[in-house]
Design a protein around this ligand. Structure first.
Ligand code: GYE
Length: 316
């Protein structure tokens, strides 16, 4: 964590990737299960657990899939090794949720050379490799950051903001920060990563309160870190939602409950339950059909007007 003044990451440029319109997989015969190798990040928190559950529920043998799931512990090396295993198994499609944006070109070249189409799930990458992947399905992280920033602009002018960043270099961190900072970057007095976990959010917020005693708003890149920040605020004798406002992203049931209770101020929704949409995309890719370059999972915004029914109805 950098102290005093803005401690922001240098901007990471998101490179727009030219996408091949068509997948390269051969058309499949009716009745064949689509063999999908999926490298997931493993459960760093509630969002990820819900995402894995949604993908598992959609990619079943009954739905025509043979899913090989690899949970790769937030490690790029583990994900690269998983992708290489999938290439050796000659799966029909590789799907993966890249822990960070950079550093995939070599393994993606290997997949391309093997003729195996790749689908990005949730997070984005930056790459110089033409046709590195066929399509991505996931949220618009910049738009999420802008939604949070707009609320701060309108409701907390003059606030001193601490930005609790997700895993550094991940698409979710980079995009949310770019979107938020584009609107209210001048208000950000400091930033540090809590790694998208509750414990990380708690510890980093505790340190931030010492480094920037004047801070009165935390923008957390996900709910688990925001709930950790709430714990740290209480421990430091600061009332969350009153002395220090807290804005977050995801929309988990625990976060909506904290919002209803007045501990959080705004939760931007990022829906992890897109297994069915992913299944549709994977079927088309495996069949060699054209797919759009990206599928954006929509999301809304929750504020203090969230109802008990909405909280109870939350599936994750
Ligand atoms: O917001 C966070 C998870 O990549 C969108 O990853 C995802 C993020 C999500 O750890 O809770």
């Amino acid at each position: 964590m950098r102290r005093g003044g803005r401690g922001l990451l240098p901007a990471v440029l998101a490179v727009a990737v030219a996408l091949a319109p068509a997948a390269c997989g051969a058309p499949r015969e009716d009745g064949d299960a689509v063999r999908v190798g999926f490298s997931q990040l493993s459960a760093e928190g509630s969002w990820r657990a819900a995402n894995t559950a949604s993908v598992r529920a959609a990619l079943t043998p009954e739905h025509g899939f043979d899913l090989r799931l690899s949970e790769d512990e937030q490690k790029q090396e583990g994900q690269v090794a998983a992708l290489r295993r999938f290439i050796a198994e000659d799966v029909d499609v590789i799907a993966f949720s890249p822990v960070v944006e950079d550093g995939w070109d070599q393994v993606l070249r290997e997949a391309r050379d093997a003729g195996i189409p790749v689908v990005l799930v949730d997070r984005s990458i930056t790459t110089a490799l033409p046709d590195a992947y066929v399509t991505r399905i996931g949220a618009d992280f910049r738009a999420e950051g802008r939604r949070a920033g707009r609320w701060v602009l309108r409701n907390a002018p003059g606030a001193e903001v601490f930005e609790l960043q997700g895993t550094l270099g991940s698409g979710a961190q980079v995009g949310r920060q770019e979107g938020f900072d584009a609107l209210v970057g001048d208000a950000v007095v400091g930033a540090a990563t809590g790694g998208f976990t509750r414990a990380g959010g708690r510890d980093v917020t505790a340190a931030a309160l010492e480094a920037w005693p004047g801070l009165d708003l935390v923008f957390a890149h996900n709910d688990d870190m925001a709930l950790g920040a709430v714990e740290a605020l209480r421990a430091a004798g600061r009332r969350p939602g009153v002395d220090v406002r807290v804005v977050s992203v995801d929309g988990t049931r625990d976060a909506l409950r904290a919002l209803a209770a007045g501990d959080l101020d705004l939760v931007v929704e990022c829906d992890p339950q897109f297994g069915d949409q992913l299944a549709r995309v994977l079927r088309r890719v495996a069949a060699g059909e054209d797919v759009p370059a990206s599928t954006t999972v929509p999301g809304g915004v929750f504020d203090r007007s969230v109802t008990a029914e909405q909280v109870a109805a939350r599936a994750y």
